[in-house]
Design a protein around this ligand. Structure first.
Ligand SMILES: [Mg+2]
Length: 393
């Protein structure tokens, strides 16, 4: 059996670290980035100095002010953080062609088979951290494991500036002492249910036979918990807490493209493809991601979060087009372009599941036709044929 080697990178106190890097007077001080004191809202990120006072992300800003009134309170500068995020992703893409950004400061990197190039997994982890520290003066925590769940738990294991490698044969021992809440998808309510059964650690959970878990939580959930306790959960879960992955489609051009109309048509086609899958699955997302690779191998990822959830081709396209324009690199030869949708709103009813919009289909195929005419049949493929879904491994 061969294992994959997955690395998860999580930047440390990302927004606060950028502020402290760029404003030396903030170094060593508690810094809270988020809502302004006296207003409604929460902490987005805070520096480690602020964490010593008990301040943490997602805490109401009023509570943070009570715990740490002397902190410097800053409003987030999302443009600047996005630029830094893009730089982090570009560094990771120099290590491996398979980088999946899952939030502004986190990414999974598939480093399977890179030993010949860069050494053992721990060496690759150290190399990633050194590149980020050397080029951006920021620290990251890195976790490496045989699947995404283990890699993600590992990156959180020692923070900040941590590096934790969990080899396949070490997974059971690594998980055993951890609180069950550390497992992806085990939220407060499930934790409570498990605590009633005396289950607090992963080892406690592992003591339960699959039949007993199935009886208590239902067949599929029981089986899922059973596998989670053994680090065997399927590799589908990204950074999304609900475990619902990003829908993304991308297209690699046979020849590098500079023609704005072709770029636009491709974005339109990819947006339609993502939208169609989202509607088929009954999901609406609030974050649109654009991935561009300039020739020969410079890849950028940009994200925007919208005020409301969307699933329409046109809205996804518009957001992607804006991101492309904001990248400010018109005229440069583009090799690859991708569009993604994520950050799902709560499940909706079933109403739209079978929804098919003829007009959109027509527009989509018109766009595909234009590209095909210009660049040949292999220039763009839709669905399984050409638009590779990044989440399917
Ligand atoms: Mg982080």
């Amino acid at each position: 059996m061969s294992f994959r080697v997955i690395m998860h990178i999580d930047m440390d106190a990302f927004f606060a670290a950028i502020e402290q890097r760029d404003r030396p007077e903030l170094r060593g001080k508690p810094v809270v980035v988020g809502a302004q004191p006296g207003r409604r809202g929460v902490v987005a990120t805070c520096s480690y100095e602020a964490r010593k006072f008990g301040v943490h992300s997602a805490m109401p800003i009023a509570n943070a002010c009570k715990l740490c009134p002397q902190a410097v309170y800053l409003t987030p500068d999302h443009h600047r953080y996005s630029d830094e995020s893009e730089k982090v992703m570009a560094i990771l893409e120099r290590l491996s062609p398979i980088v999946e950004q899952c939030s502004i400061d986190e990414a999974f990197v598939d480093i399977t088979g890179l030993e010949r190039l860069f050494g053992a997994p721990a060496d690759i982890g150290r190399r990633a951290k050194a590149m980020i520290a050397g080029e951006l003066h920021l620290t990251a925590s890195v976790g490496i494991g045989p699947n995404r769940q283990i890699a993600k738990i590992a990156s959180d294991f020692r923070k900040p500036d941590g590096l934790t490698v969990v080899p396949p044969e070490g997974v059971l021992d690594f998980l055993a002492p951890l609180a069950v809440g550390r497992l992806r998808g085990v939220g407060p309510r499930l934790r409570e249910e498990l605590a009633k059964l005396g289950v607090r650690t992963v080892a406690d959970l592992r003591a339960w036979p699959i039949a007993a878990l199935a009886q208590r939580f239902g067949d599929s959930y029981g089986a899922w918990l059973y596998r989670q306790a053994r680090g065997e959960a399927s590799d589908e879960v990204g950074c999304d807490d609900e475990g619902r992955k990003q829908i993304s489609k991308e297209n690699t051009f046979d020849a590098d493209v500079t023609d704005a109309q072709v770029i636009r048509d491709t974005l339109l086609a990819l947006g339609a493809d993502v939208g169609r899958q989202a509607r088929r699955e009954g999901r609406r997302g609030t974050t649109v991601t654009l991935k561009i690779r300039f020739a020969p191998f410079e890849t950028h990822t940009r994200q925007t979060t919208l005020p409301h959830a969307i699933d329409s081709d046109r809205q996804i396209f518009r957001a992607a087009e804006k991101l492309f324009a904001a990248a400010g690199r018109a005229g440069r030869p583009v090799r690859l372009i991708g569009v993604g949708l994520s950050d799902w709103e709560d499940d909706r009813g079933q109403l739209d599941l079978e929804f098919v919009d003829d007009e959109r289909e027509t527009r989509l195929f018109a766009a595909v036709d234009r590209i095909t005419e210009k660049y040949g049949r292999r220039a763009i493929g839709l669905g399984a044929a050409g638009a590779k879904n990044h989440d399917e491994e």
